[in-house]
Design a protein. Structure first.
Length: 142
């Protein structure tokens, strides 16, 4: 089934409706993040990756300055099938192509193992962001 998933690099201007659809479902509806915290000015300048299955957006993430990954979300029916891994792998490749020496992200604590499998290491104590426990993680590309 994953061979039917396509990862596209898009801008906010190209794919805002799809990106909002996925992030609204995951962050606002499932995790109760208030919209004022979800939407920010960074979206318009970030590089976005969009996972598509046929004409449906099923996952996304954003890359800031080719050095930070954030807002990674996969719709519930698609979790555990490798969509997140595909998104993360593509983001790492893009950051490396643009010369980044390291990639940082803020991980929800339930996802630490997922990011560790890709080589990220925890670099902070646990903290709360939007009422959800997080840690900072880093991947060295050297």
């Amino acid at each position: 089934m994953l061979k039917q998933v396509i990862i596209q690099q898009v801008t906010w201007q190209q794919a805002e409706a799809y990106l909002r659809e996925v992030r609204t479902s995951v962050f606002i509806e499932e995790q109760f993040v208030v919209p004022e915290f979800e939407w920010d000015e960074i979206d318009s300048s970030a590089v976005h990756l969009l996972a598509m299955h046929e004409n449906q957006a099923i996952g996304c993430l954003r890359i800031i300055h080719y050095a930070k990954i954030g807002r990674m979300a996969v719709l519930k029916p698609w979790r555990g099938l490798g969509v997140g891994k595909m998104l993360l792998s593509e983001a790492i490749i893009i950051c490396a192509l643009y010369g980044s020496k390291q990639i940082d992200l803020s991980a929800q604590t339930h996802a630490i193992h997922f990011y560790q499998q890709a080589g990220f290491q925890v670099i902070s104590d646990e903290y709360t962001d939007v009422q959800i426990p997080h840690v900072d993680m880093r991947l060295s590309l050297d």
